[in-house]
Write a protein that binds this ligand. Sequence first.
Ligand SMILES: Nc1ncnc2c1ncn2[C@@H]1O[C@H](COP(=O)(O)OP(=O)(O)O)[C@@H](O)[C@H]1O
Ligand SMILES: [Mg+2]
Length: 353
Amino acid sequence: MVLGAGASGGLSSYDDLPDGLVVADEVCTVVVFNSAAARITGVDADFAVGKRLEDVLPLEGLDGRAWWPCVRPYDGLRTVNGHPERNLLLPGGPEILVTARYVRDEPRGPVRRVVVGLRDTRHRAREELSRAELVSTVAHELRSPLTSVKGFTATLLAKWDRFTDEQKRLMLETVNADADRVTRLITELLDISRIDSGRLTIRRQVVDIGRVAHRHVAGMVAGGHAEARFEVSVVEGIPEMWVDADKLDQVVANLLENAVHHGDGTVRIVVEPDGDGAAVTVTDEGEGIAQHLQDRVFTRFWRSGRRGGTGLGLYIVRGLVEAHGGRIEVGNAPGGGARFRFVLPAATPDFAD
Ligand SMILES: Nc1ncnc2c1ncn2[C@@H]1O[C@H](COP(=O)(O)OP(=O)(O)O)[C@@H](O)[C@H]1O
Ligand SMILES: [Mg+2]
């Protein structure tokens, strides 16, 4: 590698590299800092060149400890010639994938250059993390209902005559509910895979969102919830809304279920015009969601509290709303409960597919 004047940070072919490249000379002074490195670190290339490597690239391990003092390229073990890919952090910044090579003129000789590759992993890290999470969480979620199904059916088969009809009914009801749980989880997972792979199709038709709200409340009441717990108001002036009826049902059902299940008190639903579309606000009078947790509720598998379910509901809700070109936000109701509000554009039949 030739390190001419043209290579030092300014315009050079290093800038064509998709990955960040940082090179320090034998006294730890940065001589190359390409434009991808500048983008990833947020440090200006002209500023970086001429500075000390550990000052412009103060990498930290995931445990928060400074990395360069640990690996000591210049005065550490002379048998070490670099590091394979590692996940490291910039202080307060993103996680990045770092590779390093220590260039020596001869084996065990002094380090002439330290060549560092940087790769932005924000996207990749998130995906890998959630894939690993997905597998372990799914396995766990499936196992607990199946354990109960297996336990009750095995017991019933082995000791059928010893149970009263009432006891048998109770066990079968539990088995039935657990089978429902598994089915529901699988449906949610299929939704998630459609959302994540962009395969969600929106079939638009004219939908009266106010009526949808009333219908869902009637469903909750039929399902055994007190009618007095719900309040629906529909504000005049909502335009003709072209949305996917099934997906809107899913969104409303999820928000209502959450309000009843995680919240408390009266659940209020307001449907009103908003911009060129309509907004639906669902509030309850429960404990609400702490400010610092509000960003997380839409994360898949995020749940909290003793009543947490799979933690997939709101992730799906947001995916469905966004697939319509809409948006959803969470906040606190004036009375302290949770407040979810989503806005959908009116759209037109042209959007129908
Ligand atoms: N209305 C609400 N009031 C309080 N907490 C809520 C409310 N809605 C959602 N949450 C919180 O957000 C978490 C994620 O919700 P969700 O994705 O629907 O998962 P799940 O309902 O399966 O737990 C819940 O576990 C709960 O802690
Ligand atoms: Mg839920």
